[in-house]
Each structure stands twice: as C-alpha cells, then as structure tokens.
Design a protein around this ligand. Sequence first.
Ligand code: 4AD
Length: 455
Amino acid sequence: REEAKSVVLVDDPSKEAKKTKIYAVPELIGSRVRIQGWVHRFRPQKTNYFLVVRDGSAMLQCILTGDCIRTLDALDLTTESTVEVVGTIEKVKEGQTAPGGVELLVDYWKIIGRAPGGAEAFEGRLQPDTDASIRADLRHLELRGEIATSVMRVRALLLRAFRERFNARRITEVTPPCMVQTSVEGGSTLFEFDYYGAPAYLTQSSQLYLETVLPSLGDVYCIQESFRAEKSLTRRHLSEYTHLEAELVFIQFKDLLDHLEGMICEVVDVLLADPVASEIIKALNPDFVAPARPFMRLDYRDAIKYLNEHGITKEDGSDHVIGDDIAEAAERKMTDQIGKPIMLIHFPKLLKAFYMQPLASAPDFTESVDVLMPGVGEVVGGSMRITDYDTLMAAYKREGIPSEPYYWFTDQRKYGTTEHGGYGLGVERFLAWLLKRYTVRECSLYPRWMGRATP
Ligand code: 4AD
C-alpha cells in the first residue's frame, strides 16, 4: 500500500486517445482508445490484472501491468465500479480468446465511481441460491447480469424484427391509449382507477381502438403495455405485459392464420440471421430450431378428443367435454407432447370474448385462434371479428355488456363494415419460448405480478 501511494498515474495528453464505445473497438486495432464502463469481472495477478469492462454496448478485456497495478485504485478495485481505461487495442494472442477477439493494453486508467466491497460487495448481493423475492427486490442489480442482459438485448431485437416485418407488409404502427373506460376481455381482470371522479381502467387490449382506424390507415399494429388484474401466480401471467397487436382488414380467417404463421417464422429468421441474437439464442436455448411451416392447425373439438385420448384430464381428474375451457396445465401438457407450434382454432363462442365472429358452419363456435408454443403454451390469441351490426348488438346483450360506452366501436359496423380480424401476442411469452426461460418474469424489464409493483 505504501508503494502504491507513491505511484500516481498520469494520462499523457500528447498521446491522442479516441473516446469510443466498446462495440466499435474490433475496428480500431492499433489505435489508442478511451473507454468508460463498469468492471464486470477482474482477476488480479502478481504482474498483471485482467479486467473485463462492460459499457452496455459490449465487453472488453483490459490488461493492466507495471505502474497501472501499483496504484491505490488498483488495490481498492471492486466489481461494478465505474472506470475509465485508456490504451492500445490489440488482437488477442494466438490460442487465446476474449470478447470481440481483441484486448486493451492499458497505459492509463482511473476509477470514476467505486462500488463497495466487503459486506456490501456486488457479488455477494445476488447468489445462485438467493431467495426469489430478494431477487425480485434486487431486479435493478440482476439486470446487470449476463443472462438478464442477454434476454433484454434479444427483447429489443425481437421488437425491431416485428416492426421490420410489419413495415415490409405496409402495416402502420399506431399508439392507442392505456387509460380507457371500456373493457375488451371481460371485467374480471380490469384494473380500475379514479379518473377525475369517474371510473376508468388500464387497458387490457388495444384491439377495439385498432379496429377503429382500419378505415383510415388500413392494416395497423401497436406495441403497447396491457394490464390484467390476474389473481393467480403462474409462470406465464403478469399484471402488466407488452402486447403486440395487429388488425387486418378485408381478410378471411385463413388469411389471418397464414399471416400469423408468416410473421412468427419471419421474425425468428430475422433473429437467427442477426449475429447478436443468434449467439444469445444458441447460448440460452441450444436446442432451438426454427419452427417448420405450415403450423399444425388443430380444431378445438379435435383438441378435446386429443386430451381425452391421451389421458390429460381436467383439474378434478375428469375427462374434458366440448364447451370446457382447456386449463393452462392441460394445454401445456398437450403442447409439450406434440412438441411444435399449434394453432388451436374454432373455440366455443361462450368461452371467448363478445367480439368474435361465429363460424358459418357451426355458429356456437368462433373463427378464433390461439397459437401454442412448447414450454409456454398460449403466446397469441386472435380472431375474426363480428362484422354485422345486429350480431354485435346481440353479442353485447348475451355478455351483459351495456352497448352505450362502446358507441365508437359499434359505429365501425354502421359506417362501412367489412370482414377483418387480428391478434395479440404476449411479447414476454414469446421470449420465454424463444429463449427457454422458466417464467415470463425473466422477460420483462421490471415485471409486475400479483403483489409486486416494485422496483
Ligand atoms: O388472448 P388475449 O386475452 O387476447 C386479447 O387480448 C385480444 N383482444 C388480442 C387481439 O386480438 N388483439 O391476449 C393475447 C395474448 C395472449 O395470447 C398472451 O400471450 C398475452 O396476450 N397475455 C398475457 N401475457 C402475460 N401475462 C398475462 N396476464 C397475459 N394475458 C394475456
């Protein structure tokens, strides 16, 4: 420590250093660069320190030698401290590996913000066996970890890929409101709040709003938070989730299914062609293969038959009958047995929301679809919508929904009605499937579920 005290590192202003982000350094071999970031890991040795610095764009291995390791900062270094490192970028030596294939030979560095060591040291806060509720309290720290970072990176690339594929189809993005005074998916999962003295809700789905702009913008989509006051704690339910919804006009049910299948497969292809996303998918879900087209299309009535023939019973141990809701556990068991994406179609009218178009051949069933993925189950719910004014009015009545607050939605059936349909995809569920995560909670930045709205 005495020797370290006498060593004061000085940055040499005569040697120019280009301030850069780490993602760009593989192109800067031989240049002197200045990097700012967090100490992800470090390994102090007698004659050199190996430091892995992270700046949010990538990681960089840095090598400190000589006077660089004889400073007080070097003695006091801790992980998650912020540092500035300056030096020359070199290719890693033959037979060695480092992120990006390069390393930084440091000639000057300093600590910008020292993270605590000892009892408060970062690495002690989150251990593999840390209790789940403490992990949830420490989500802001967990997000610095490699797995959470990877999931969030793919999440961003996934949203970009969806936008790109929507754009390629000339489907326009809109931003519907989150504060609403009507429900879409039934009253039981509505979050209610006081809106200047009147009751209002957090949106469950933007579908009805998307439908209203078909006559002006044509096919539309949105990527918007949806809210569900779910009263159960499952691995696939959040209270707030990112809902990717699209609405397509002048289509028939088969077109809706083809579109969905096309979007899912193209988005997967885009991600597998992306070097960052494909590397993460390989690391987190090594057995992942792009789903084959066409997806299996399974009529609800055949699914009930499948469940009974394969001994997948209801929760009370009895057989399923037509008209039963297929519970989450049964649905997942069937999907995992079949082992590939399933489009489960034609649900009974009474199980589904008021707006679904009845099947012409069997009006007690609907032109509806759930896309089921192995490991997760339902990731998409969609349908064709009732086009006829009188049928819609009868549907409100059947479901006990007062029609007045929906006047703006009903008007679509008055002023030029048309066949149309759409869907909602749960982004966290899609990611849980793609990256083989145990729960959707890992796929949300700051997940909310029953009893948890912090941090
Ligand atoms: O099946 P849902 O309820 O359908 C609708 O909301 C339609 N109005 C969508 C539309 O047609 N525009 O929800 C659609 C999807 C589900 O398949 C699921 O992936 C996701 O939203 N989802 C949830 N994800 C996480 N937590 C929850 N509590 C979810 N509820 C639905």
